[in-house]
Design a protein around this ligand. Structure first.
Ligand code: C2O
Length: 548
């Protein structure tokens, strides 16, 4: 591989959407941010220069960061923020991944405008395991707020209530023609007939899983989270925040007498308020007729699944399988050294005395937890504390290995929904093989949670609805060709089982990728200790590593 250099100047930029102009934090003045393009095996050195007032960190979502945890990015986990006027060079190598990932700010809610694609091409001379596409196009879904998102989340945390929802979804930063005052801000993909296009889909929305479909066209799923899957055809895909999906789009062999809408809108299982609007883009064929007649062509709409169509979601996720062949083997851990059982879900904290709160009741504030522990962010980077073995107790406080309160998905939820607050982590010896079952609770409604693990890919060996049954369910695990990924939707009112090998020393954040749930505490960190050999140790931090 080669070394590729990028410079990310963080600066403010005025951007207008929905007839509303606001000043947003950007990379190099671009919204969405610039793509990073590299090949598997390349080293990236990305100089991030902070010219704004906000503290900044950037996370390279899904990059394994083998022994380079200093470059991972989550604020107060992997690093202290890059303060105004400061610079930090993120330096890492791409190992064993090819497909699409993405980068985003990893502090507070700044990722609402600071995000962009990471395009990882195969090594030179190595073909895709599918027909070579004619063109490749990133499609990054986002959420647009007319309000300042930093104000939205700080108000929600103060009142204990749910945050205001976004005003639009976007494709490549554009809300599209179904919103008021937005027709000119419509993403347009111009295609030729009889060609194959590779669409690199990324869900960068803050709080919503999305369905996506293109009218009268079939998509072939070929890669998720920068790992190839067995190709399968589908009209619609489901994508959670944090996930990436590469699909092939085969255009019609002729010039159709129509143009086509591509649309995305949310999949919602909970009861809260959400943005139920639809982003649309246009798929248009280069037409031999003059462009005025293209405008007269009928515009066809796709049919998306219903808002709560969880059977579509289960069906789709069951179709995802690794290639598991000689060239791309699935190294699923067969024996398990450590089993973990996490409940993930929403709960409450009591409202401070003499306050009126806007949580589920006016004496409670929303919280979210893993095993009833709502994670409190430390004020210094955990990775550095771990490296210096100067943890001040932070890294010795272990997350309970099972929930503190009984729960039963199909029974009566416990009447005590309180969580406890704490900075609790999981400590693993180097090379431990881990099985983790995540159970969605139903304490405040059955919601699905896209859980993201930094520093690893994991195999999704099983999933189901209702309560996980430790006696029966493991017998049904797929240990042959399970999908491998970095973000998995824990089904609403169900469970998912993952396995991974803890072969990456460092401190690795794990959290729900619905930003509001992260803010409410649905997060923890895995501390993976050094192994004995020199190549099993976390090297020292770079000299420009930010200080708190
Ligand atoms: Cu995409 Cu911890 O993040």
């Amino acid at each position: 591989g080669i070394t590729r250099h990028y410079r990310f100047n963080i600066n403010m930029q005025n951007v207008t959407r929905l007839c509303h102009t606001k000043s947003i934090v950007t990379v190099n003045g671009q919204f969405p941010g610039p793509p990073i393009v590299a090949r598997e095996g390349d080293r990236l050195v990305i100089n991030v220069v902070n010219h704004v007032q906000n503290n900044i960190t950037i996370h390279w979502h899904g990059i394994r960061q083998l022994q380079s945890g200093w470059a991972d990015g989550p604020a107060y986990i992997a690093q202290c923020p890059i303060q105004s006027g400061q610079t930090y060079a993120y330096n890492f190598t791409i190992v064993g991944q090819r497909g699409t990932l993405w980068w985003h700010a990893h502090i507070s809610w700044l990722r609402s405008t600071l995000y962009g694609p990471i395009i990882i091409l195969p090594k030179r001379g190595v073909p895709y395991p599918f027909p070579q596409p004619y063109k490749e196009v990133p499609l990054i879904f986002g959420e647009w707020w007319n309000a300042d998102t930093e104000a939205v989340i700080s108000q929600a945390l103060q009142t204990g209530g749910g945050p205001n929802v976004s005003d639009a979804y976007t494709i490549n930063g554009l809300p599209g023609l179904l919103y008021n005052c937005s027709a000119k801000d419509t993403f347009k993909l111009s295609v030729k007939p009889g060609k194959t296009y590779l669409l690199r889909l990324i869900n960068a929305a803050l709080n919503d899983e999305l369905f996506f479909s293109i009218a009268n066209h079939t998509l072939t799923t070929v890669d998720v989270d920068a790992l190839y899957v067995k190709p399968f055809e589908t009209d619609t895909i489901i994508i959670t925040p944090g996930q990436t999906t590469n699909v092939l789009l085969k255009t019609k062999p002729y010039h159709p007498d129509a143009t086509f809408l591509m649309m995305a809108r949310p999949y919602v299982t909970g009861n809260g308020t959400f943005d139920n609007s639809t982003v649309a883009g246009i798929l248009e064929y280069h037409h031999p007729k003059p462009s005025t007649s293209i405008k007269k062509l009928p515009l066809l709409k796709p049919t998306l699944p219903a808002l709560r169509d969880s059977s579509f979601v289960t069906n789709f996720t069951n179709k995802l399988k690794s290639l598991a062949n000689a060239q791309y083997p699935a190294n699923v851990p067969k024996k398990v050294d450590k089993h973990f059982f996490f409940t993930v879900g929403l709960g409450t904290n009591p409202c401070p005395k003499n306050h009126t709160c806007q949580g589920p009741t006016n004496t409670t504030m929303f919280a979210a937890s893993i095993n009833n522990v709502s994670f409190v962010m430390p004020t210094k980077a955990l990775l550095q504390a771990h490296f210096l073995s100067n943890s001040n107790g932070v890294l010795t406080s272990e997350l309970p290995s099972s929930p503190l309160m009984a729960f039963n998905y199909t029974g009566t939820p416990p009447n005590n929904t309180n969580v406890i607050d704490g900075t609790k982590v999981v400590v693993l010896q180097y090379n431990t093989s881990v099985e983790l079952v995540m159970q969605s609770t139903s304490i405040l409604g059955a919601e699905s949670h896209p859980l993201h693990l930094h520093g690893f890919n994991f195999f999704v060996v099983g999933q189901g609805s209702g309560n996980f049954n430790p006696k029966k369910d493991p017998a049904k695990y797929n240990l042959v060709d399970p999908v491998e990924r970095n973000t998995v939707g824990v089904p609403a009112g169900g469970w998912v089982a993952i396995r991974f090998l803890a072969d990456n020393p460092g401190v690795w954040f794990m959290h729900c990728h619905l930003e509001v749930h992260t803010s409410w505490g649905l997060k923890t960190a895995w501390v993976v200790q050094d192994g004995n050999l020199p190549n099993q140790k976390l090297p020292p931090p770079p000299s420009d590593y930010p200080k708190c």
